[in-house]
Design a protein around this ligand. Structure first.
Ligand code: SF4
Length: 433
């Protein structure tokens, strides 16, 4: 791996060399731009602006922005470039180890010590050190990368079901979320949890029945899909821990004969419990999909595409509905061919009549997450793309590029799956397909 700490240091030195008189904040912006250009293009900082006579900060920044943002420069407002202090040492590196989830520490709230989930966890992880919690208290790791060492079983008291928060000024697809779990064992480099999760542990509620009982009477959102849609998987993968939680069993039983659709969103192939149950027409298993090159580089530890699709085919044959989420779409060399190939692979593997819906959404993230990603995944490629602060304060690809993605994938999906509801996720209304 390239020495990115050295590149950070050399970029700082180059900024100093180019603008010795500039203030600290100006030098920080310049060194970040130099770093990002060198990282993306495989250059050395001394090569940057080597032939130019630099008069002042404004001129240097303009030249660097043009190099760093060739598509957006001259079109995007100055406020859309986000150039925070470069600090690759801010966080420990992500730990990419393919190993079975086996926590070292098991924290169980006293109130749910006798719950079926607590008993299963004690059976499955006999070597874990047990701590019984009298009340809610901090029991995670100070390091996000060590979260898998701690499994916390709680009684959830408040956060049961809510409409998807979506993002302001976006077309709303009408979705509702039950937060069954907080914390994931996968390590997607774009995952918002690395910046958002404040308890570095895997937290699982033992009182699934309370989540389900709150559905009646909840103010649920309804979108263009003919039925109310509810799903889990906002703060963790819906099925990754299902062999421990067995939530799927309670959920399938609860939704029998109900008018709503329930979706499990996953990057796993952990459908064993679901296959033991009678499938229902309103239970959907949704897979997030990406080309295998993106899965290998940006979604380490998740199941390869072919395993996800094989699980989808098996679930469909069993009688479940399936769904696919082209989300996040990551623009890279040959993205068109690669994503169109994924559509082809789904078409060749999964019965089209089982597919309830397909969503598309390009990569977007909060500005704070950018710093987490570059520090935890120093060799990431995703941040080499052009991301600007956009209409909702998130960092997004330029609108013209996003439009190109939707106009490529939208029609291809509608052609391949004419009976399926295809929609954009968290996107501006005028980009709808
Ligand atoms: S599967 Fe989802 S929750 Fe888990 S690391 Fe990846 S993005 Fe995050």
């Amino acid at each position: 791996m390239k020495d990115f700490l050295k590149l950070q240091e050399d970029s700082t030195l180059r900024a100093e060399e180019l603008l010795p008189e500039a203030g600290i904040n100006k030098k920080r912006e310049i060194s970040r731009l130099i770093f990002e250009i060198c990282k993306r293009d495989g250059l050395e900082p001394k090569q940057i602006l080597s032939g130019e006579k630099i008069k002042n900060f404004e001129q240097a920044k303009k030249s660097l922005l043009a190099l760093r943002y060739p598509l957006s420069f001259s079109k995007a407002p100055a406020s859309s470039y986000y150039l925070p202090k470069l600090d690759l040492q801010a966080l420990p590196d992500a730990e990419i180890k393919q190993e079975e989830f086996y926590p070292k520490n098991l924290f169980i709230e006293k109130e749910v010590l006798n719950s079926p989930l607590a008993k299963r966890a004690l059976d499955l992880f006999p070597k874990a050190k047990l701590t019984v919690l009298e009340k809610k208290t901090f029991c995670g790791s100070p390091n996000y990368s060590k979260r898998k060492e701690n499994l916390v079983i709680i009684k959830e008291n408040f956060d049961f079901i809510k409409p998807c928060p979506c993002t302001k000024n976006c077309f709303c697809c009408g979705y509702n979320l039950v937060n069954l779990g907080f914390g994931c064992a996968y390590e997607c480099s774009y995952c918002f949890l690395q910046q958002y999760q404040n308890l570095h542990a895997v937290v699982l509620p033992a009182n699934i029945e309370d989540f389900l009982s709150k559905i009646d009477g909840a103010k649920l959102r309804k979108g263009p899909f003919p039925h109310i849609r509810i799903g889990s998987g906002e703060f963790t993968d819906s099925l990754l821990f299902d062999h421990i939680t067995e939530y799927s069993s309670a959920i399938v039983k609860f939704f029998k004969g109900r008018p709503e659709y329930f979706e499990f969103k996953t990057k796993s192939a952990n459908i064993g419990n679901l296959l033991k149950l009678e499938a229902l027409p309103n239970i959907v298993i949704g897979w997030s999909v990406n080309p295998q090159n993106i899965i290998s580089s940006a979604e380490p530890l998740t199941q390869p595409l072919k395993n996800r699709l094989a699980a989808a085919a098996k679930a469909a044959r069993h009688g479940y509905k399936t769904a696919f989420h082209f989300d996040p779409v990551i623009i890279h060399e040959n993205w068109r061919e690669n994503y169109l190939k994924v559509i082809e692979e789904i078409k060749n593997t999964v019965p089209a009549e089982s597919i309830a819906w397909i969503s598309i959404g390009t990569l977007r993230f909060s500005r704070e997450l950018k710093k987490c990603i570059e520090s935890r995944f120093k060799d990431n490629k995703i941040l080499d793309g052009e991301f600007l602060l956009d209409f909702d304060g998130k960092m997004r690809y330029p609108k013209t590029l996003r439009k190109e993605v939707y106009q490529t994938l939208g029609p291809a999906l509608k052609k391949a799956f004419p009976q399926t509801y295809v929609y954009l996720c968290m996107e501006e209304a005028d980009l709808q397909i």
